[in-house]
Design a protein around this ligand. Structure first.
Ligand SMILES: Cc1ncc(COP(=O)(O)O)c(C=O)c1O
Length: 479
């Protein structure tokens, strides 16, 4: 793909086809300042052998090589992130009214998959860790209970690793799924690097998952949005997956994005273990050093893994800053503005950093410097944090009043936020990142959920997915 794009970018053919910029000839000056003209000259959508949906050609053979690299039967290149892979996997396995078992803390793309497919969610709560105030993964026990109650479920969906790098027991859950003859879809958006080193958690496909969706752009070196969907299963006809992807993806996906997937695969095929060894060495130094900084603690793999915290990605550094009297958003602001350190994810209590194959040991020195110089604040922020206990709800299985699809299409009205509690939400309200909805379409709005969103907003977090991101009002289903 990459060689063919390079050759086409140097061709002297006169173009009367899309794209309008003609290999960068009419590139806007501002964009040329940003990225030069080379990327534009290779931005050529309609080259022979470059149809994403054909079974032959450059993309098809690159997908076959990617499947071999990741141990899949089939791999699809995605030009719209794991978002599209998650939606396609749900659409390929569940139709209207079909039951799918999934954790309540799914990424918003899974909710979109439910709206599109009309599947009926059987939500189960993931394991809650009160020491860290974090939700981890769903457990084989809760999945087995859900299967007992819903033996007609058509698929199981789980997130592993979580945004914080916590992995669930994919092998045991895959076993339960296969006893019922149904597929297990794993949202492995944050685990594209797992298969390349023995010191990383096992990749979902290796543990028996039928589908794994990976954001190659998050932890490997593809361009943003470039992701992979893998299938290793005879339980689902791959043509259904292909059809779902044709519905969901652009008919002119960027060949630059797709070529970056081939580049990332080539890189990992040639040097994956060596690159991940270096990354792991840097991450270990970071973990050891952060653990010694007064006032900070770092999320570690428990000595006795639990069913919902089975393994931990050592390259994901989740640091609890609350003992300093800071919330994660304030710590993030200080890190960025005063020390030039950009983290992946602030939450009310933590700040999460990703160490990837692009980091060097001097980056870790700079990170140490920033973390050592985080100020100790008054206890106000800590109080704010401790009031959050109680959300997300962890003691019960959630039963939405309506399915996300029914709620999405139902007549809706806007109500002031103070009149929203106990009404049924027509929309998703979702702090971004991490993109895990706090209120789902179809769910009765809990007062604690509103309080939680308001705290995130007050701390500087962004609330996405809703018509009024200022949170003055919420769209609810008309009575
Ligand atoms: C758990 C999870 N799944 C899916 C996605 C969607 O991934 P992408 O950004 O590649 O569309 C994300 C994005 O952050 C995520 O955190």
């Amino acid at each position: 793909m990459i060689d063919a794009l390079l050759a086409a970018s140097h061709s002297d053919a006169t173009l009367f086809c899309t794209p309008g910029h003609r290999r960068g000839r009419s590139i806007p000056a501002s964009m040329e300042r940003l990225m030069g003209s080379q990327a534009y000259s290779a931005d050529l959508p309609d080259l022979p052998g470059f149809n994403l949906f054909e079974s032959e050609g450059f993309i098809a053979s690159a997908q076959i090589r990617a499947a071999q690299l990741f141990g899949a039967d089939r791999t699809w290149f995605l030009a719209n992130g794991s978002t599209v892979g998650v939606m396609a996997a749900i659409l390929a396995t569940c139709g209207p009214g079909d039951k799918i078992i999934l954790p309540r803390n799914v990424h918003t793309s899974a909710i979109s998959g439910l709206i599109l497919s009309g599947a009926h969610p059987i939500f189960i709560n993931p394991e809650y860790d009160p020491d860290w105030d974090l939700v981890h993964c769903i457990t084989p026990y809760t999945v087995a209970r859900a299967l007992d109650r819903h033996p007609d479920a058509k698929a199981i969906f789980m997130v592993s690793p979580t945004y914080h790098g916590v992995c669930g027991d994919v092998g045991a859950i895959a076993h339960l799924a296969h006893q019922q003859n149904i597929p297990l879809i794993v949202d492995e958006a944050h685990g594209a690097h797992f298969g390349f080193h023995a010191d990383l958690p096992a990749a979902a496909l290796t543990s028996g998952a039928d589908f794994a969706v990976q954001s190659t752009h998050k932890t490997l070196s593809a361009l943003t949005q470039a992701s992979l969907l893998h299938q290793k299963s005879s339980l689902v006809d791959p043509r259904r997956v292909g059809s779902a992807l044709q519905i969901l993806q652009s008919s002119s996906p960027s060949n630059l994005l797709l070529a970056s997937l081939e580049g990332a695969c080539q890189q990992m095929s040639a040097d994956g273990p060596a690159l991940m060894s270096q990354t792991l060495a840097i991450a270990r130094t970071a973990r050891a050093g952060i653990g010694k900084i007064a006032g900070l603690s770092i999320l570690q793999k428990p000595e006795a893994p639990t069913a919902g915290f089975f393994d931990l990605d050592p390259t994901r550094l989740t640091v609890d800053v609350s003992a300093l009297g800071l919330d994660g958003f304030r710590a993030d602001e200080i890190c960025t503005e005063q020390f030039g350190i950009v983290a992946e994810l602030p939450t009310l209590r933590h700040l999460t950093f990703i160490v990837s194959l692009g980091n060097r040991s001097e980056d870790i020195d700079r990170l140490f410097y920033a973390l050592r110089h985080l100020p100790q604040q008054s206890t106000l922020a800590t109080h704010k944090v401790s009031r959050l206990a109680g959300w997300p709800p962890t003691t019960h299985i959630c039963h939405p009043a309506r399915s996300p699809r029914e709620a999405f299409f139902a007549p809706r009205v806007s109500v002031p936020i103070d009149r929203a509690p106990e009404r049924v939400s027509a929309e998703t309200l979702c702090p971004y990142p991490p993109g895990i909805p706090v209120i789902l379409p179809g769910e009765a709005i809990a007062p604690e959920a509103i309080a939680f969103l308001q705290q995130i907003q007050a701390a500087g977090g962004l609330i996405a997915g809703c018509a009024d991101p200022t949170l003055q009002s919420i769209q609810v289903i008309q009575d």
